[in-house]
Design a protein around this ligand. Structure first.
Ligand code: NAG
Length: 410
């Protein structure tokens, strides 16, 4: 299947590495957002109070359909970290000090910090427990280690209250058995919090089938929605736990006083949960409104979600293998190839570095001192882009070997 490289810019080559980081929307979707921005500036009051909520509901409906979830479970936040914060800062922790949040050592940095912060501001009523993994591992191994950690938590007379895990982890970039982990959480009575930073538009997600307790997924990385936009899914059964958006806004309904301070906004038409996340006031969230446009563009121009996902994951895996072959190294995968069942691939670099990580790069140093580059498959790329990056990576590694980076060599 051939996808035309449609939205090329001079930055193309960099995206090979960075489409998994910040995303890059096609021009048609960006233009749609700009049209909304113009409409807002022409009559801000009308737009913010009346037009925006209506368009937001249409956008939520399109997202709900894509994820096979009821519309009342879908709201937007700026990014996955914000979604994780919203959940962890709302959960009322038990005051016996036994609650634990289970997390993998591959957790996204800011989410790891969030857990530490939540523990601290709750005076350690809740505490983190690490699930330690070293890849490559089979899905069965990941599941086994997860179960062992739950047992260890209980053996220490703790209460594993929430488990957070990725759909596709960031560093290293690989697919996790998140559906199986969600199932175990359900069996064990643990709240599952799925970090789908790489989720919608990247891998198939049927939320009614997976049925997590909470899931957040960035739409700016892979769905071509201008950044930052993430969908926060909270099934109705858990909405009572999420009392407020971050920050608390006009939608909040205090339990004690009848209705709280008066609001100058039009009367709410949606549920308390949805209403909490609706009003953004002075923030420009017109990007939230172009989700339907992004879905339509992907369907009409790229042949739809399935075609895009197949193309991207094949390209990542085959491109990654080609780079590894050129470098004389390997990609990170397990025997079942489930780790690479996504649009990211990690290629081992022919490099031995003893210093700590170089800031600002998508490279990971694993426990055994190896360095890996994370590459992304995306519809505007093909195998020749991976051949290009292979050569560049080789040059960079050779320079690094000669400490060329210190001398600012070309
Ligand atoms: C997520 O959004 C928040 C709020 O806009 C921002 O402070 C934070 O830096 C963002 N994080 C990432 C990883 O983009």
């Amino acid at each position: 299947m051939v996808l035309l490289p449609l939205c090329l810019t001079p930055l193309l080559r960099l995206w090979l590495i960075h489409s998994g980081s910040f995303g890059a929307p096609p021009r048609a979707i960006r233009d749609k957002q700009r049209a909304y921005q113009d409409e807002c500036e022409a009559r801000p009051d009308l737009f913010i109070r009346y037009t925006y909520p209506k368009l937001l509901d249409e956008s939520r409906a399109a997202m709900a359909k894509l994820l096979n979830a009821p519309i009342e479970t879908i709201v937007y936040v700026p990014n996955a970290t914000m979604g994780v914060n919203t959940v962890l800062r709302n959960i009322p922790w038990h005051d016996d000090g036994r609650d634990e949040i289970l997390y993998f050592n591959t957790i996204y940095g800011a989410c790891g910090k969030t857990i530490e912060c939540v523990a601290e501001i709750n005076r350690y009523a809740v505490q983190p427990r690490e699930i330690h993994v070293t890849y490559p591992l089979s899905d069965a191994d990941v599941v086994k280690i997860f179960k062992e950690t739950i047992r260890a938590s209980r053996a220490a007379r703790k209460f594993p209250r929430v488990a957070i895990f990725d759909t596709v982890s960031s560093l290293p970039g690989l697919r996790m058995p998140f559906d199986q982990l969600t199932k175990i959480c359900k069996e064990e009575g643990i709240l599952s919090l799925v970090d789908g930073a790489h989720g919608v538009g990247h891998i198939p997600l049927d939320l009614s089938a997976i049925d997590p307790d909470f899931l957040v997924s960035n739409a700016h990385k892979w769905l071509f929605v201008p950044r930052g936009c993430a969908v926060l899914y909270v099934p109705v059964r858990n909405q009572g736990l999420i009392r407020s958006s971050l920050p608390t806004s006009h939608g909040f309904q205090p339990k004690t006083s009848g209705g709280g301070t008066p609001s100058s906004l039009p009367p709410a038409v949606n549920s308390e949960f949805v209403n909490n996340f609706e009003f953004v006031g002075t923030i420009d969230n017109t990007n939230y409104l172009v989700v339907p446009e992004a879905i339509k563009w992907r369907e009409e121009v790229c042949g739809g979600e399935k075609a895009i996902m197949e193309y991207n994951s094949n390209l990542a895996r085959e491109g990654g293998k080609a780079v590894a072959k050129y470098l004389g190294t390997k990609i990170l995968d397990n025997d079942e190839h489930t780790l690479t069942d996504c649009n990211l691939v990690n290629v081992l670099l022919p490099l031995e570095v003893s210093e700590s990580a170089i800031p600002g790069t998508s490279t990971v140093k694993s426990a055994d001192g190896q360095w890996w580059a994370r590459l992304s498959g995306q519809v505007y790329l093909d195998i020749t882009d991976f051949e290009w990056v292979a050569e560049k990576l080789k040059g960079i590694c050779e320079r690094a070997g000669k400490q060329g980076f210190l001398k600012n060599e070309k």
